[in-house]
Design a protein around this ligand. Structure first.
Ligand code: ADP
Length: 304
């Protein structure tokens, strides 16, 4: 047994000698038949930890003659977790795609039957189709961006980013949205804001998502404040709102893919539940972090 096997099974050096495999794993391999080729290939759990181990007993004729079996062990815990996550992700995507598709189809079919004559009803049908198509586009865009980010940091286009200009630009672009909702949108910036190395387009996505959320989840009459500055050697951007707030038990979950609050005020607003997952992935790839503090009914502060 090599040291990797010892480490994998949590045994001290030389500690595997004379031990039975069943001392470490649940599966009994005593039924490995002598012969040639791979006799057995199983995944099993360790007694001592939640790690999943793939065991392959390779039994060549030579070894069989000598009464020996070579056993290959591989830690597949991460692989399995990834597979589970992928499965869940796929389940969510299909689920999210189904609703708009069903609506588009139902309304398009009704229109194609040509029985509707009332112009208001007709307009409503077209509006639903356009609205659902936009929802699909947003969803596909978000999924694609997230998949690209998760594919690796190699895709970041690093450049010197004039942070002050970038933040100002995003706020300017979102002013109309805030006005439309009757919200005050404020920006506080010290005279000197550090320049950073980063992917400008992706950083715009982060800010647009977080400021967009603050606007979306704040009822009219409220206020959204963005401030940026230097904290130790890092750039810090804070987005505070006087909106719905996030319950304590939901604060960690808001960064999960597809997570949306079960609050009835949130459910009626459009969203994919991917914005914060994507933002966190982008910020992490830049070596940063996002934190949230919030009080239900009072507002939230996201700090990048
Ligand atoms: P989306 O906004 O598309 O639902 P996000 O990933 O951007 O998805 O946000 C996930 C969830 O986090 C939202 O559905 C909402 O419940 C909560 N959330 C995010 N930002 C805020 C905010 N500023 N105020 C209150 N809730 C928020």
């Amino acid at each position: 047994a090599n040291t990797a096997a010892e480490r994998l099974l949590g045994s001290p050096e030389g500690g595997l000698k004379g031990k039975r495999l069943t001392d470490f794993v649940a599966k009994d391999l005593s039924n490995v038949t002598p012969g040639s080729g791979i006799a057995i290939d199983q995944i099993t759990q360790l007694h001592a930890s939640p790690a999943l181990i793939r065991m392959m007993a390779v039994n060549t004729e030579d070894q069989a003659d000598r009464g020996e079996t070579a056993l290959l062990l591989q830690d597949v815990t991460h692989e399995r977790e990834r597979e589970r996550e992928r499965g869940q992700f796929l389940y969510h995507i299909t689920h999210e795609l189904r609703t708009p598709l069903t609506n588009i189809r139902a309304y398009a079919e009704t229109l194609s039957e040509g029985v509707l004559k009332d112009p208001d009803t007709l307009r409503e049908c077209y509006n639903v189709i356009v609205g659902e198509t936009q929802r699909l586009s947003r969803l596909v865009e978000d999924i694609l961006s997230l998949a690209q980010m998760e594919a690796g940091a190699a895709r970041l286009k690093m450049d010197d980013v004039n942070t002050a200009r970038l933040v100002r630009q995003v706020i300017e672009d979102m002013q109309a949205q805030a006005d439309e909702k009757g919200l005050e949108l404020l920006l506080t910036m010290p005279p000197k804001v550090p320049t950073i190395r980063g992917d400008k387009d992706r950083l715009v996505v982060v800010l647009t998502n977080i400021v967009g959320n603050a606007i979306k989840y704040t009822p009219s009459g409220g206020r959204v404040e963005v401030s940026c500055g230097q904290e130790a050697s890092r750039l810090q951007i804070k987005v505070s709102d006087t909106g719905l707030g996030i319950a304590a038990d939901e604060r960690d979950k808001v960064f999960d893919k597809f997570y949306r609050s079960s609050d009835e005020h949130v459910a009626v607003l459009p969203g994919t539940g991917l914005g914060l997952a994507l933002s966190l992935e982008i910020v992490r790839t830049h070596g940063g972090s996002i934190t949230v503090s919030s009080e239900l009914g009072k507002g939230s502060t996201f700090t990048v």
